[in-house]
Ligand binder design. Sequence first.
Ligand code: ADP
Ligand code: ADP
Ligand code: ZN
Length: 213
Amino acid sequence: MNIILLGPPGAGKGTQAKMLVDKYGIPQISTGEILRANLKAGTQLGLEAKKYMDAGKLVPDEVVIGIINNRIQEEDCRRGYMLDGFPRTVAQAQALDKILAEQGSGIDDVISIEVADHELMGRLTGRRTCRQCGQGFHVMFDPPKVEGICDKCGGELYQRDDDNEKTVANRLKVYSDQTQPLIDYYKKKSLLRSIDGVGDIKEIFGRVVKVLG
Ligand code: ADP
Ligand code: ADP
Ligand code: ZN
């Protein structure tokens, strides 16, 4: 079960991915989370990536392709995985196809979570993220039981540096310029499963599970 979660920033990819991990027991691979973990650990990769992330730009393709190539070869990926936030460009998608073809494997489903642009700004500026486990919350739409504390692991919640209005505006532009073309890319391969991403989080999860069968 190799799945891609596609959709604009704020569509709910991370939220749905965390629920899918619990249901299917396959790992979520988020390039954004891996980059933030590198930044926290102070690696060269993290420091390089920060410049792009703070500006709402994409980290160079070679960097994220290298991350994914290594990560999907780890033991816990043998039964499948979910890619969250990768690929984000046609070049990344082509590189992924090549890597998987060489392994005799491939993508089974691309879940495209559809949310209109005007919903996304409020979702992202109100997002709070767990420093420890990466779980996302929302100050209004999905508040934690105790303010500032992660329900799942007790970690501290924070607001990501790039979840401010100016950077979000850039990220939405980058999405429509560079990532949206992937919808057509996967439609042509008959892998695209589109899902309405507006509504109750649990209801949307039901839609995703139904599509995955
Ligand atoms: P992505 O990973 O696609 O960028 P997230 O899963 O982090 O998106 O969700 C972005 C924000 O929107 C988070 O604060 C999350 O709690 C909230 N959110 C997720 N799904 C919904 C939904 N169906 N309705 C309202 N808010 C949502
Ligand atoms: P969101 O949850 O809003 O979709 P992510 O956590 O997926 O955000 O990504 C945060 C930032 O990390 C992006 O704005 C970009 O700078 C970088 N990034 C993550 N994944 C990729 C990727 N596949 N290609 C290039 N840059 C990426
Ligand atoms: Zn947590």
